[in-house]
Ligand binder design. Structure first.
Ligand code: UDX
Length: 436
């Protein structure tokens, strides 16, 4: 089957490459000629483990190609995916749908064969209706249907998530679109990945509900962590203790500095806006957004406390290990590191940082932070070291060397990657999240 993927960003590129790997004939389309040129040359616009290999091997076998020409790209495609960005609209938190609608208009101008138009971008409830209206008004002489097919890909594990999904959600009321989508996902269907067919509006909401629920889970355990610190309990054991209950589930119960990334912050805000528009407030999600924002700033104060408080901290130097919102990505969007760096700068603390992939994107977001070539260079001369992102590279630091390089052996572990007793035995003042 020929598939067109409009938008070659994170979601479009991973999905397009995986569909090609399933054996479909995929054209990835993007307006940005520089991006298309580099993709043709095998250079990825993002860091995602395994993506470069998948793209190059499928491009070489002729199943995956790239173009800036939408008309040519969608010609003959039975499924046309819209996978463009839906950023938070400046000022109000609503999802900005202008890119989605612009693509729908363009499809309407150029569609010359029967096709199902599928929205993969994360879009508020009702967006599919609007895409359908745009296509209906384009005066098309061919048959079309509009479906919703949200993605549930985690950055850093996106290819595996695509190929082994917990579920595939397809929202459409049209029987022809359903059977075509079943063909699109046939290899996964054969592998017994569950496919859930719903109405289009339900499918659109499922995506937001899933991300909001995960944000609730993380924020819940983060608040439990704060309570653990006060009452002398251990949040990792609390996570285990509640996670073993099958009704709760063990995943997404790692306490940390607060969630970031391209999805949770933006999607929770967009859900709140939808809830407001429809006068059905989601107060739990409202609280989660506030608590998570405050938490990121509070993590800066935690580091300042480890330095001995505001007065003692002024003029001192902190090493930050990890800047991206999570490991195995170069994505800096809404990373807690940004709020922490800001809080430290405001407190007159100098910061040297190292991140395996994120420094290029991080540098403009945290002016004044010195980017270093490796963890030890960042630690050199520091009065405290803070682990912000749990990259594997930080899981087995040479503590003798760390201690030798630091001005004072103070470690703040915001991802709980070390055993408190072991680190303290090596002479460090150690603090973490939800453990005493
Ligand atoms: C998320 C969803 O998982 C994915 O299904 C959706 O399509 C896009 O958003 P992603 O943003 O890539 O994926 O990362 P994820 O692994 O979900 O982590 C999000 C944030 O939550 C990170 O900042 C991470 O550090 C934090 N997190 C996650 C925790 O603090 N604790 C946890 O237990 C899990």
């Amino acid at each position: 089957m020929k598939i067109a993927m409009v938008g070659s960003g994170y979601v479009g590129l991973v999905s397009g490459a995986c569909f090609a790997d399933f054996g479909h004939d995929v054209v990835c389309i993007d307006k940005d000629p520089a991006k298309i040129d580099s993709l043709r040359a095998g250079i990825m616009p993002i860091f995602e483990p395994g993506l470069a290999e998948l793209v190059t091997s499928n491009a070489r076998s002729g199943r995956l190609s790239f173009t800036t020409d939408l008309a040519a790209g969608i010609a003959g495609a039975a499924a046309i995916f819209i996978a463009v960005g839906t950023p938070s609209r400046r000022g109000d938190g609503h999802a900005d749908l202008s890119f989605v609608y612009a693509v729908a208009e363009e499809i309407g101008q150029h569609l010359t064969n029967d096709a199902v138009v599928v929205t993969k971008s994360t879009v508020p409830v009702g967006t599919g209706d609007e895409v359908e209206r745009i296509l209906s008004e384009a005066g098309l002489t061919v048959k079309f249907a509009v479906a919703s097919n949200p993605e549930f890909l985690r950055e850093g594990a996106a290819i595996d998530d695509f190929k082994h999904p917990d579920r595939i959600v397809i929202g459409t009321e049209d029987e022809w679109a359903r059977s075509l989508m079943r063909e699109v996902y046939r290899p996964l269907f054969l592998n017994k990945s569950p496919i859930l067919f719903t109405s289009r509006r339900t499918s659109e909401l499922i995506k937001y509900a899933a991300n909001a629920f995960l944000a609730v889970k993380i924020t819940f355990i983060n608040e439990m962590a704060d309570l653990c610190e006060k009452v002398g309990a251990d949040v990792q054991d609390v996570s285990r203790g509640i996670g073993m209950d099958g009704r709760i589930g063990a995943k997404f119960l790692h306490a940390g500095p607060g969630y970031g990334g391209s999805c949770f912050p933006k999607d929770t805000l967009a859900l709140l806006k939808t809830a407001e528009d429809y006068e059905a407030p989601t107060r739990i999600v409202e609280a989660v957004v506030k608590v998570n924002d405050a938490r990121k700033r509070a993590m800066g104060r935690k580091v300042i406390d480890a330095l001995g408080g505001a007065d003692a901290a002024r003029g001192k130097k902190v090493a930050m290990l990890g800047l991206t919102f999570k490991p195995n990505t170069d994505d800096m969007r809404d990373s807690p590191a940004i709020a922490i760096a800001l809080a430290l700068a405001d407190a007159g603390v100098a910061v040297a940082a190292y991140d395996p992939e994120g420094m290029e994107l991080a540098a403009p977001l945290m002016p004044g932070v010195e980017m270093k070539a490796n963890a030890y260079a960042a630690i050199d001369g520091a009065d405290a070291c803070v682990i912000v992102t749990e990259w594997d590279a930080f899981r087995a630091l040479d503590f003798a060397r760390v201690k030798g390089l630091m001005n004072a052996p103070v470690l703040v572990d915001l991802r709980n990657i070390y055993d408190p007793a072991e680190v303290r035995a090596m002479g460090f003042a150690y603090s973490s999240v939800g453990r005493v």
